[in-house]
Design a binder for this molecule. Structure first.
Ligand code: ATP
Ligand code: MG
Length: 470
């Protein structure tokens, strides 16, 4: 590992440290950005630590926002760059699961580094003197690719239960081994983890899932009991045997699926969250197969799983948009394509799933096939369906009610109806016919079909539609 140079630190941070130093204060870039500098990775964000008190920082930098004044953090603006400048501090426990109960300013850099979570995150670098401050053997652990708590691991993890999540997250994203003593401390910290706010848990979980191999972190959570605290529904899958189509139990299959599901670039939380949750309802829907002792069926695990995912993602305060996409992927993940599908079955599939969801759904299926652990090639299953869907989309055929050659107003006029839900039902019924035979999507033909469709009654239509699903 080469020693960092001042020129490795981007100019805004160098300028901020320089101004603090010129005013007689100590100033360092600190924490994860120094770790990433030493690893040759690009840092997600740069943090500055200083001996200057928050008021002094504000006075020195008129363009600044007191984002965390109580905890000593001022966000300094340098051009478009926002840099968190935090006064050296020591802190107490995080009883509320969000913030330390009290922080003390006026401490040394060494004391500030001692409050940090892992040795590789307890590093500081002075861009003026190029001095690297490393009181806890962070460089040694970086070289050994080891994630180790600063000081006594039980005390450190219990102070702030989020550090359990961070341990799993960094083990996965940095691809480091978790030091055995640090891992052994996790069970003692599960009570603290349970008090941590869901938003903080979510942020770490999402970062963990962005790793190349999330199972490195998920495995730590499962083994240590942390999974049962943050995602008890998923912990039910540990040891849940499946059937001849699966080599693994539900949890092992889930981890293999998550690893094999492309995360997107930059990682899209929806992709790996869908993989994580796709089989969440299998334990609750498991029923022994009468014809095959020791094997299980999981009827409706897709629909029950969509409901469970909804609950879990609301609990984790995942955004509405991401939650809706994950829930839809879980609900639709059990499609079973065979070459016998007719063209209208392909159209009905696209209409049912929605064109926008297809990339998410196929990403999951790619991971799911690999995750079955039977050496199958996802392309064999997906290649042909992808190509056929591509043709359907190119042909520009009607796939939604909005693509029909007549609109709600036409239905109302033609049948002398009052506006109401029945208009939408009739349009959906016409869409079913058009999905079957695209040549019907013509204004006159649809208007001609309307009276019959209306007379047939909606119950009848529902039955036809259910029967026709691919
Ligand atoms: P990332 O690459 O995601 O930014 P990071 O290590 O920089 O990871 P941040 O959340 O940006 O993590 O925090 C910056 C630094 O603050 C950490 O490197 C660590 O020194 C310290 N830190 C952050 N959260 C905690 C915590 N919960 N307990 C102790 N120290 C923490
Ligand atoms: Mg950071």
């Amino acid at each position: 590992m080469t020693a960092p140079r001042a020129s490795d630190v981007p100019a805004p941070m160098r300028r901020i440290c320089q101004r603090l130093r010129a005013a007689g204060h100590g100033a360092y870039v600190v924490g994860g950005c120094v770790r990433d500098l030493l690893l040759g990775r690009s840092a997600a964000d740069w943090d500055v630590a200083t001996s200057a008190l928050p008021e002094a920082v504000q006075a020195l930098f008129p363009r600044s926002i007191p984002t965390g004044l109580k905890h000593g953090t001022i966000t300094v603006l340098d051009g478009d760059t926002q840099v968190e400048v935090t006064t050296f501090r020591s802190e107490g426990a995080y009883a509320d699961g969000r913030h330390p109960d009290r922080v003390t300013f006026g401490v040394t850099l060494d004391e500030d580094l001692a409050r940090r979570d892992f040795t590789v995150n307890a590093l500081a670098f002075d861009p003026e003197t190029e001095r690297l401050v490393d009181p806890h053997g962070g460089q040694r652990d970086l070289a050994a690719r080891l994630l180790r708590a600063v000081g006594d691991p039980v005390a450190r993890l219990c102070e702030d239960g989020l550090r359990v999540m961070r341990a799993a997250r960094f083990a996965a994203t940095l691809e480091f081994e978790l030091d055995p003593a640090t891992e052994a401390a996790i069970p003692a910290a599960l009570g603290s983890l349970a008090r941590v706010s869901q938003e903080r848990v979510r942020d770490e979980l999402v970062k963990l899932l962005g790793a190349r191999t999330p199972s490195r972190g998920l495995g730590i959570l499962a083994r240590s009991g942390a999974l049962a605290v943050i995602l008890p529904e998923l912990a039910e899958g540990i040891g849940q045997v499946q059937n001849r189509y699966h080599h693994h139990d539900v949890w092992t299959h889930t981890m293999a699926t998550v690893d094999a599901t492309p995360a997107g670039d930059p990682p899209d939380p929806v992709r790996r969250l869908s993989a994580l949750l796709h089989d969440v309802a299998k334990p609750r829907t498991a029923a022994p197969r009468e014809d095959a002792p020791g094997e299980f069926t999981f009827y409706r695990h897709d629909l029950v799983g969509a409901e469970l995912s909804e609950t879990i993602l609301r609990r984790l305060r995942v955004s509405n948009r991401d939650r809706e996409r994950v829930v839809a992927v879980v609900a639709h993940h059990m499609f079973w394509y065979t070459p016998e599908w007719t063209d209208s079955a392909v159209r009905r599939f696209v209409a049912k799933v929605g064109e926008g969801l297809l990339p998410d759904l196929f990403a999951l299926r790619e991971g799911d096939v690999v995750g079955r652990g039977r050496g199958e090639d996802p392309d064999v299953e997906l290649g042909e369906l992808r190509a056929r869907i591509g043709r359907v989309l190119e042909e520009d055929q009607a796939l939604t009610v909005g693509d029909l050659a007549i609109k709600g107003g036409d239905v109302i006029t033609a049948l002398a109806l009052r506006p109401g839900p029945v208009v939408g039902e009739l349009l959906r019924a016409l869409l079913e016919l058009v999905l079957e035979d695209p040549s019907l999507n013509d204004r006159d033909r649809l208007l001609a079909l309307l009276p019959e469709v209306h007379a047939n009654g909606l119950t009848n239509l529902h039955a036809t539609r259910a029967k026709n699903l691919p």
